[in-house]
Design a protein around this ligand. Structure first.
Ligand SMILES: *[C@@H]1O[C@H](CO)[C@@H](O)[C@H](O)[C@H]1NC(C)=O
Ligand SMILES: *[C@@H]1O[C@H](CO)[C@@H](O)[C@H](O)[C@H]1NC(C)=O
Ligand SMILES: *[C@@H]1O[C@H](CO)[C@@H](O)[C@H](O)[C@H]1NC(C)=O
Ligand SMILES: *[C@@H]1O[C@H](CO)[C@@H](O)[C@H](O)[C@H]1NC(C)=O
Ligand SMILES: *[C@@H]1O[C@H](CO)[C@@H](O)[C@H](O)[C@H]1NC(C)=O
Ligand SMILES: *[C@@H]1O[C@H](CO)[C@@H](O)[C@H](O)[C@H]1NC(C)=O
Ligand SMILES: *[C@@H]1O[C@H](CO)[C@@H](O)[C@H](O)[C@H]1NC(C)=O
Ligand SMILES: *[C@@H]1O[C@H](CO)[C@@H](O)[C@H](O)[C@H]1NC(C)=O
Ligand SMILES: *[C@@H]1O[C@H](CO)[C@@H](O)[C@H](O)[C@H]1NC(C)=O
Length: 465
């Protein structure tokens, strides 16, 4: 890792804290058979079928519109639909608090430590309400042309006919697939393109709670996990490749873990072939830098070996002390400097997007560092370290944000958008969070620091000064 990387997170792998970079994309679809898949999928409660009533069936017109975006020419402007099909304690703390069990720290323990009927009913309710079609309408109305939808492998109803590897996903709660299909239809009906993103893989590709399972990143310990993941990608491409533009093979694999670092290049190439074998040239295929920096991926999957491949680069400035100590102006400068690496890479290598970034300059959002974990910013993360101030007025409801802070949030948003638009585009993390408005595109629109038209600029030369 070099200092040019921008996303850092404490990797809660073991007794030794390992610093690592934190950072964070359907077809041939058998349009006719998908509804059948829906009603029988996942072993969730039959109640999930309420999802189908409102349109989980893929519509035939969907794939037409999904292909109308010109990758490489048009600018990707989007938001992530975080915390929906992969729970994150900081995005929906209420779901975790309501369990009355502090050992429940991620979706895995949510399934493991709760009564199965209770866990299923809570998640069905969440899948049904966290994002609705009105959100897709609002996203379209905000001038955004893409959503990136993170999903866990446990929500993909692969059967033993589709793989020679395990299909067991316990203790995860299954049953999200019909809601995922409904989401894809909503996106298509509202002219929003979809990046379907495999955000959690068997045994966890990064050990972050946002992979489903906090702890160690064991995905590459056993080649069966990797082969199984390729079968899951094949299934996804087969069932919904025609409903999405982009299939992202895996979110944020922990390239600093040696076996993952060795496995990830071959996985990207195999995953690329799997998608091509299933849907031809219909989908863009997205890979990531695995926290190694884009320059580690020079000459990778370029034509003729790969076509229509996108590099997903993530950047946050809140997960280490060196970044937290930056002044507001320095955060802007830091952002602008990223262009020096990203723009040349995108020009001579893969099309590149900033697929995750936010307006946060503190780690104050409750449980951002994990459930029961505090913030570096105010010293509640660990003792004996540098602190930066109070978290009051830095997170939560923007009614507590000062005018100066909101002015900064606008500048910071514009600087990060400028970087994204210097390559092939950007996707903000995230659309909604229960109580962390600096992370919420929806609340940024309401609060005025994100413009209703994402091409509006108050600071058009923010990276030139
Ligand atoms: C958590 O505690 C509250 C208050 O005692 C109770 O109403 C609720 O049912 C409990 N939730 C669970 C999942 O046990
Ligand atoms: C499972 O293995 C058999 C024997 O190698 C092979 O023919 C078959 O295609 C495999 N099935 C899948 C779904 O990969
Ligand atoms: C797809 O795009 C066409 C042309 O822009 C439009 O007429 C049609 O209504 C769209 N279909 C859907 C399902 O959005
Ligand atoms: C998998 O590999 C990781 C990293 O090398 C290691 O920490 C972990 O103990 C291994 N897990 C298993 C189950 O072998
Ligand atoms: C890998 O996983 C498979 C299936 O769970 C198991 O049979 C095999 O023993 C594992 N291999 C290693 C080296 O742990
Ligand atoms: C894709 O198809 C080709 C030709 O059938 C085959 O050689 C290759 O193994 C397939 N790749 C994957 C990853 O399934
Ligand atoms: C801007 O950032 C670069 C690289 O991080 C650094 O070298 C430079 O000193 C910064 N400039 C200012 C004015 O902070
Ligand atoms: C934010 O605070 C305002 C003013 O106290 C309140 O009216 C509003 O309901 C709060 N919004 C949210 C989303 O909590
Ligand atoms: C990023 O760098 C490219 C040249 O590589 C330049 O054309 C572009 O204006 C830069 N963008 C910003 C926001 O500085």
């Amino acid at each position: 890792m070099t200092s040019t990387f921008t996303c850092i997170l404490l990797f809660l792998a073991s007794a030794t804290a390992v610093w690592a970079q934190q950072c964070r994309l359907i077809a041939h679809n058998d349009l006719a058979s998908a509804p059948t898949q829906t009603s029988g999928s996942g072993g969730g409660s039959p109640a999930s079928i309420s999802a189908t009533a409102t349109g989980a069936q893929p519509s035939a017109s969907a794939s037409t519109n999904a292909s109308s975006f010109n990758y490489g020419t048009d600018v990707i402007r989007g938001v992530n639909l975080g915390g929906w099909f992969v729970l994150e304690p900081w995005i929906t703390p209420s779901i975790f608090e309501n369990t009355n069990n502090t050992d429940i720290v991620d979706e895995y323990t949510f399934g493991q430590l709760l009564d199965a009927d209770y866990a299923s009913s809570v998640l069905e309710q969440h899948w049904n309400t966290w994002i609705t079609e009105d959100d897709l309408k609002a996203i379209n109305a905000a001038g955004l042309n893409h959503v990136r939808i993170p999903i866990g492998y446990w929500s993909v109803p692969i059967t033993s006919a589709d793989t020679n590897y395990s299909t067991d996903v316990s203790p995860y709660v299954t049953g999200a697939w019909p809601y995922i299909l409904r989401a894809l239809n909503w996106a298509n009906e509202n002219s929003v393109h979809v990046i379907l993103d495999l955000h959690g893989a068997p045994a966890s590709q990064n050990g972050f709670d946002n992979s489903g399972q906090r702890g160690s990143a064991d995905w590459a310990n056993n080649s069966t996990n990797i082969e199984r993941t390729l079968d899951i990608i094949r299934f996804i491409a087969g069932k919904v490749g025609g409903m999405v533009n982009v299939i992202e093979l895996l979110n944020e694999p922990a390239g600093w873990v040696s076996d993952i670092g060795s496995a990830i290049g071959p996985y990207w190439k195999d995953g690329y072939s799997v998608v091509r074998n299933v849907t031809g040239m219909e989908n863009q295929v997205m890979i990531g830098d695995a926290f190694l920096g884009v320059d580690d991926w020079q000459n990778f999957l370029l034509p003729p070996e790969g076509e229509d491949v996108i590099m997903d680069y993530h950047q946050y400035q809140v997960f280490n002390y060196d970044q937290l100590e930056l002044s507001q102006d320095q955060h802007i400068n830091y952002t602008c400097q990223i262009n020096a690496t990203l723009a040349p890479y995108a020009k001579s290598n893969l099309r590149t997007i900033t697929g995750e970034w936010s307006n946060a300059i503190t780690d104050c959002a409750k449980w951002l560092n994990g459930r029961n974990v505090g913030a570096r910013w105010d010293g509640t993360y660990t003792s004996g370290q540098q602190t930066f101030g109070s978290c009051d007025g830095m997170t939560g409801n923007f009614s507590t944000f000062s005018t100066d802070y909101k002015t900064f949030l606008r500048k910071y948003w514009e600087a990060q958008v400028a970087i994204g638009e210097s390559v092939q585009g950007w996707i903000f993390w995230t659309w909604k969070a229960e109580n962390a408005d600096e992370w919420s595109y929806q609340r940024g629109l309401e609060g005025g620091w994100i413009p209703q038209d994402p091409t509006d600029r108050m600071y058009p030369d923010i990276c030139s000064s």
